[in-house]
Design a protein. Structure first.
Length: 239
């Protein structure tokens, strides 16, 4: 019987899987065998074994999840990459299937949708040296003002709320660093719902976008963005 957890996301769903890349139960050798030659070359370029292992496990788990969704062997899966570096599933051909991934430390997120591009980002919560200077460089002026208005005890979380929501949006759009991070505004405060507040271009409608706040671990925040409203977020743990 097919596992219902691996039914393809419907048009009104977003699937987000989380996993820990340092899980000692991961069969690194088996996952490595599913990688393509270029992925194995990328893995070999990591200087530290910890980072090499995380790359292998992260890509291998992505392949495993897609294999379970599609019924195709993990080693048969192929990706295309846009000029801006965004991955897309090339083989097998799954109609209206979008995916994206992110990791911070050993925590990884994988997001999947039907019929709309999707972006996901995650960050481990940690102290940030020169946080205000980084915000002034990358955040919009309104975001900087909102960040200063957050109580000091919540400011690190607010900073990473802002960062992950912005990264999720630019990943969903598919233009990466071609979109200046200070050219649009997202909500920041932990007490407020995640949302895209405004876009710089008057031809773009921020209200058409959904940004979902994620708390995949007690020490991490994340976000998933999609140009579609009223989609149910389905969270799953890969183990």
């Amino acid at each position: 019987m097919a596992d219902p957890a691996f039914a393809l996301p419907s048009y009104d769903e977003i699937h987000v899987w989380s996993t820990r890349l340092d899980d000692p139960k991961s069969d690194v050798g088996r996952l490595y065998e599913t990688l393509t030659p270029d992925e194995r070359d990328r893995a070999a370029r990591f200087y530290f074994e910890k980072h090499r292992r995380r790359f292998i496990v992260g890509r291998g788990i992505l392949r495993h999840i897609i294999a379970c969704y599609s019924g195709v062997g993990a080693a048969q899966i192929r990706f295309d990459y846009s000029l801006k570096g965004k991955p897309a599933l090339a083989e097998p051909k799954v109609e209206n299937f979008s995916c994206n991934l992110s990791h911070s430390g050993d925590l990884a997120l994988y997001a999947f949708s039907d019929g709309a591009p999707i972006g996901v980002d995650v960050e481990i919560l940690r102290p940030v040296e020169d946080m205000d200077a980084i915000a002034r460089r990358f955040f919009s002026s309104l975001e900087c003002d909102m960040l200063q208005g957050v109580p000091a005890a919540d400011r690190i979380e607010a900073f990473f709320n802002c960062w992950t929501r912005k990264e999720a949006y630019v990943k969903a759009v598919g233009l990466g660093l071609w979109i200046p991070l200070d050219s649009f505004t997202v909500s920041v405060a932990p007490s407020e719902p995640a949302r895209l507040v405004q876009l710089r271009s008057p031809s773009d409608d921020a209200a058409k976008w959904s940004i979902h706040h994620l708390r995949p671990a007690v020490d991490a925040v994340g976000a998933v963005a999609i140009p579609s409203l009223n989609r149910k977020l389905v969270l799953r743990q890969f183990a």
